[in-house]
Design a protein around this ligand. Structure first.
Ligand code: ADP
Ligand code: ASP
Ligand code: MG
Length: 440
């Protein structure tokens, strides 16, 4: 069995969606096709949600109508058969009626999740109508019937596997299954999601649940590049990455993969291939247990970081100090990304500052607390990077002009992380592209 995930841009235009159909038809094995919402839809839905949260119903209504219009244009280019067009119109009417109902009732977090789920529900249904039109036999598997998260918002592969295999058993002989990425049900049985970009995570969880031979992530670029192509123009694709390297890159900001999307494939040793829908013949990037080569492979950057420094003269030789500090973060379910220590102070970074005021207040019991918001973590990722000749010299020579707030080295064999003020991100990524990869 094989999993093929297509992102928003891969289904965002009618022609692209047709090309996706061609790509899935070229397979011999059973495939589970995971689709994102059409590009721009989840952003549009979250803007509608923001308008509703502000109580601005008229703005929300305008946004809903504009989005509905886009869907009507989309189906008129996607479908040619009268029957299919009518079916698609009914699907659009059903989902936009739901959005218009939300407009009239009091808005809640649960309703917000329902709203955000509409994009993937629409894209999969429209794709299935297109497959009917071109007479491709398929089954639509509702992700809400098998993709679940527990009370800690964590997906449990065992549960997903049981539910998914029960569903698959109902369709013996079928070879093409279509399902939604991103959406799931939470422990209360409500509609929820795997966070923005979560369709990659869905694909990897499904691949792990069915023990797929490969998980293909089809997107709009020919694999993982050595640097962020949105910032640096001279980047190049990487042929091969280990699970650890890909996980570090995803976690530290390489948008091509959802931050958590590697672990499900990794624990079941399922190769992940990153491929380009616009250039299907390009090799892309293979992510597997093998790293392929030694040395630095890529850099990535993660914004929205807050650094917290806790300074205490009492820390001198005080065992138990770090435990107390970490317990504060644990209490507020806030995970720490980077950490550095000195004899009298410890600095940590967090990417979720929802509970920053409470965390700061509690940390002040142990010493003085300083926070710096609007920071960026730049990660240098590779295989056995510490053994790369001259790496520290090259690294620090490249970023000599950047004010570095923290450095983390030695935590893993795959990563060196720097914390810098956000405003230096572009310059840092460009300098590293030149200094570490020789790319101008
Ligand atoms: P999809 O809609 O298919 O999920 P995304 O927009 O989520 O696609 O991810 C693909 C985008 O990720 C690329 O277009 C690229 O701009 C961005 N990106 C950021 N960092 C990297 C990287 N290191 N390698 C490749 N793409 C990257
Ligand atoms: N549609 C969702 C988003 O835009 C999930 C995804 O595309 O992976 O975040
Ligand atoms: Mg994505």
């Amino acid at each position: 069995m094989k999993v093929m995930k297509f992102g928003g841009t891969s289904v965002g235009k009618p022609q692209r969606m047709k090309e996706v159909a061609t790509l899935i038809l070229g397979n011999d094995e059973i495939i589970i096709v995971v689709l994102s919402a059409l590009s721009g839809t989840t952003n549009a839905l979250s803007e509608i949600s923001n308008s509703l949260a502000r109580g601005d119903r008229s703005a929300a209504k305008e946004q809903i109508d504009a989005l509905e219009n886009q869907y009507h244009n989309f189906i008129s280019d996607l479908l040619s058969d009268e029957k299919g067009i009518n079916k698609a119109k009914a699907v659009i009417a059903e989902h936009f009626e739901f959005l218009n109902i939300i407009l009239r009732i009091s808005f809640s977090e649960a309703l917000n999740k329902d709203l955000l789920a509409q994009g993937e529900l629409l894209s999969t249904k429209l794709f299935c109508i297109y497959l009917d039109e071109i007479m491709v036999c398929h089954v639509l598997l509702p992700a809400l019937d098998f993709m679940t998260i527990d009370a800690n918002d964590e997906p449990q592969i065992g549960t997903i596997r049981v539910k998914l295999s029960q569903l698959l058993q109902q369709y013996p002989g079928n070879k093409i299954f279509i399902t939604q990425g991103y959406i799931c049900r939470n422990a209360k049985g409500e509609v929820d999601n795997l966070k923005r970009g979560g369709s990659d995570y869905s694909a990897s969880l499904i691949a792990a649940a069915v023990n797929a031979c490969i998980c293909e992530i089809w997107t709009d670029i020919d694999g993982m590049h050595n640097n962020d192509p949105r910032v640096v123009s001279t980047t190049r694709p990487i042929d091969q990455l280990s699970f650890e390297e890909a996980a570090e890159l995803a976690y530290f900001g390489a948008k091509i993969l959802h931050p958590a999307s590697i672990w499900p494939a990794q624990i079941f040793n399922i190769p992940v291939q990153l491929l380009n829908t616009l250039q299907p013949a390009a090799k892309g990037t293979l992510v597997s247990e093998k790293a392929g080569s030694v040395g630095v492979k890529a850099v990535a950057a993660k914004d929205g970081i807050t650094a917290i420094r806790i300074k205490s003269s009492r820390m001198l030789l005080a065992y138990g100090f770090l435990r107390k500090v970490f317990e504060v973060f644990e209490k507020y379910r806030t995970s720490i990304d980077m950490i550095t220590t000195s004899e009298v102070a410890v600095s940590v970074t967090i990417d979720n500052d929802t509970h920053l005021p409470e965390i700061t207040r509690e940390l002040e019991i142990y010493g003085t607390v300083e926070t710096d918001v609007n920071q960026t973590i730049v990660s240098i990722v590779g295989n056995e990077i510490s053994e790369t000749e001259d790496i520290m010299h090259k690294l620090f020579a490249s970023v000599a002009a950047i004010p570095i707030r923290m450095v983390s080295y030695g935590g893993s064999r795959h990563n060196i992380s720097l914390l810098i003020p956000r405003k230096y991100k572009e310059e840092t990524l460009r300098c590293l592209n030149k200094g570490l990869f020789g790319l101008d």
